[in-house]
Design a protein around this ligand. Structure first.
Ligand code: 9D3
Length: 237
C-alpha cells in the first residue's frame, strides 16, 4: 500500500513512523509511506498555503490550489471520479465519519493508495472536499489543533492490518475489538509482587480454565466501562 500525507507541518511526522510495526512494514516494503509539505506545491511568490476566509471571521483557511496540485501529482487527476481504483483521498477533519476498527479494516482491505490531507483548526477550502475527497474522517469527539495526530492514528491502525505487517507471534485476530470485547488483564513474573498475587488460575497450566477466565474478565471489563461495545451488530460500534 502507498500512503501519502499532505500537511503544512511535515516536521511533525519526523520520527513518529520510525518504530515498531510501522517501521518494520516500511522496511519490508509492505507500505510506501511519504510525508509532503503542502508548501512545496505552491507556485506564488510568497508560497502561501492559507488565506483569509471569504465572509470574514477569525483564522485562516487552507487554499485549494496547492492541495489540488498535490493530488494531481500524487494521484494523476484532481477529479475523484477518475481516480485509479483503490485510491482514497481522505480529509482528516472533525466533521468526518468517526474512525473505528471497521473503517481501518475497510481501508486496509480495499485501498492500494491512501492520500491523507491534514486539516487545520481554521478549516480547508470547501472545494477540496467537493472534488478531491473520497472520505472525510474524524478520529473522535474531541478537539485537536489539526489533522496531523489523526493521520498518525489512521496510518498506524491501517498499516498493522496489512498482510504480513504483524509478526508471526501476534495476530490481528486476537485483538481487542476483533471479537468486540476489551482485552483481559495480563500478568508476568514475579507471581507475587509487593504482596499482590497473580490470579491462581493463570499459574495452574489448565488452558481450558485459563481461556474461560480470560473471556469472563474481558466481558466483565467491557460491561463495566464499554457497554456500547456489546451491541449485537458485530460492528464493534
Ligand atoms: C473553529 C474550529 N472548530 C469549530 C467547532 C472546528 C474545528 C476545525 C478543525 C476544530 C478542530 C479542528 C482541527 N481538528 C482537526 O483537523 C481534526 C480532528 C479533531 O479535531 N478531532 C478529531 N478528529 C480530527 S481529524 C482532524
Amino acid at each position: 500500500m502507498k500512503i501519502d500525507i499532505l500537511t503544512i507541518f511535515p516536521e511533525f511526522f519526523k520520527e513518529v513512523f520510525d518504530f515498531g510495526i510501522i517501521r518494520r512494514a516500511k522496511l519490508a516494503n509492505i507500505v510506501d509511506l511519504n510525508v509532503h509539505d503542502i508548501r512545496e506545491f505552491t507556485t506564488d511568490k510568497h508560497r502561501m498555503t492559507d488565506d483569509r476566509p471569504f465572509g470574514g471571521g477569525d483564522g485562516m483557511v487552507l487554499k485549494p490550489e496547492p492541495i489540488f496540485a498535490a493530488i494531481e501529482k500524487l494521484v494523476g487527476t484532481s477529479d475523484r471520479e477518475n481516480y485509479p481504483s483503490g485510491t482514497k483521498v481522505i480529509l482528516l477533519s472533525p466533521q468526518g465519519r468517526v474512525f473505528k476498527q471497521a473503517v481501518a479494516r475497510e481501508f486496509a482491505e480495499e485501498a492500494t493508495h491512501l492520500v491523507l490531507i491534514c486539516g487545520r483548526y481554521e478549516g480547508v477550502d470547501e472545494r477540496v472536499n467537493e472534488t478531491l475527497v473520497t472520505d472525510e474522517i474524524s478520529i473522535g469527539d474531541y478537539v485537536l489543533s489539526g489533522g496531523e495526530p489523526a493521520a498518525v492514528v489512521l496510518t498506524d491502525a491501517v498499516v498493522r492490518l496489512l498482510p504480513d505487517a504483524l509478526g508471526s507471534d501476534t495476530s490481528a485476530e486476537n485483538d481487542s475489538f476483533s471479537d468486540g470485547l476489551l482485552d483481559c488483564p495480563h500478568y508476568t513474573r514475579p507471581a507475587e509482587f509487593r504482596g499482590m498475587k497473580v490470579p491462581e488460575v493463570l499459574l495452574n497450566g489448565n488452558h481450558a480454565e485459563i481461556e474461560k477466565w480470560r473471556k469472563g474478565k474481558a466481558l466483565e471489563k467491557t460491561t463495566a466501562i464499554r457497554k456500547d461495545l456489546l451491541g449485537a451488530n458485530g460492528e464493534c460500534e
